[in-house]
Design a protein around this ligand. Sequence first.
Ligand SMILES: *Cc1c(COP(=O)(O)O)cnc(C)c1O
Length: 228
Amino acid sequence: MICDNLSAIRAAIAEAARRCSRDPDSIELVAVSKRMDRKKILRAAECGQTVFGENYLQEARDKIESLPPALRWHFIGHLQSNKAREAVRLFDLIETVDRWKLARALDRHAAQLQRCQEVLVQVNVGREPQKSGVLPEDAEELLRAMSGLAHLRVLGLMTMPPRAAEPQECRPYFRELRRLGETFAARGLFADNTRVELSMGMSADFAVAIGEGATMVRVGTAIFGRRS
Ligand SMILES: *Cc1c(COP(=O)(O)O)cnc(C)c1O
């Protein structure tokens, strides 16, 4: 079941990439395993999936420490600054940096752990008051400040658009994130301004996101089924 789902999604990613003349290998599938048990994650790993996304630190720690060390983990939930150390210890990429206090805490702990922590800046392109993410007009200032943090590598941007009835409704938000990425890359604000990561698109709308330039898609239910 999970293997079939993964094959179908990989095929759909390749098809979406072909439609806009992109290399399918330039798009990373992040399997969102929040509230899925170890057995399901292991099953996905056996089917070749290596990158997983988790939203809750405590839940993630139990999984990460008991699953094969070769797996890679992205943090995609809301992160409190007082959990920064644990997040640096556990995650290869933290996708949800959205404020200076958090960035500074991550940098400090990365320094202590002698690591260079890869991160994305989460942008609230839908301007939803209840959602995490820096507002588009505040993103540049945050990125400029973060460029002075020696132990963080800002690879790109991440967003979660407003909930929509139709995948196409998300297109303007994905497009805005790509434009922001291009603008900030032109100003030299990322670790590698020739290859800016854009994490956008979930089970319902990853094909639309790929059409707008997504380099990482975060897919949960379409791989693992509904969360309990
Ligand atoms: C849960 C979650 C996803 C995956 O959503 P699905 O609709 O299950 O694919 C992606 N990104 C974030 C930030 C999430 O919290």
